[in-house]
Design a protein around this ligand. Structure first.
Ligand SMILES: [Zn+2]
Length: 133
């Protein structure tokens, strides 16, 4: 992807100043929401390495790696909306982000509506689990 293009997470920033530094590992996600956005972008790129790295070691779906990659590549990602965030700021240890992600699968518009839980591991935000709405 051209890093000057708008970031797929919909922030309005360019990819190079938004999620790219987080996905590449140059910067840490400052907030749970920033990590969530970077994970959405990683799905659009089918970047499973990053999806695993940004997932809590306790709940990381290592066995599903191949299927996640295959699925992420098979759909067309349409966009992300952040509906609500609780805590997850620079000074917090846990936080939740509620979001909707839309995608086309077999020509049909689908959406994931999830409230995700994040916490810090070794100081960095990671995804723990999510509840579908
Ligand atoms: Zn972004």
């Amino acid at each position: 992807m051209n890093t000057l293009n708008p970031c797929p997470c919909g922030s309005g920033l360019s990819y190079s100043t938004c999620c790219e530094p987080i996905i590449s590992g140059r910067n840490d996600a400052v907030t749970a929401q920033a990590l969530m956005r970077s994970r959405y972008v990683a799905f659009t790129l089918a970047n499973v390495d990053y999806l695993m790295r940004s997932h809590s070691a306790r709940t990381r779906p290592v066995k599903d790696r191949k299927n996640i990659e295959k699925w992420a590549k098979s759909v067309t990602w349409m966009g992300l909306s952040i509906l609500d965030t609780q805590a997850g700021d620079a000074s917090d240890e846990i936080g939740t982000v509620e979001f909707k992600a839309t995608y086309l699968e077999n020509g049909k518009l689908q959406q994931i509506h999830e409230k995700s839980l994040f916490h810090r591991e070794n100081g960095n935000w990671v995804y723990v689990s999510g509840v579908h709405r």
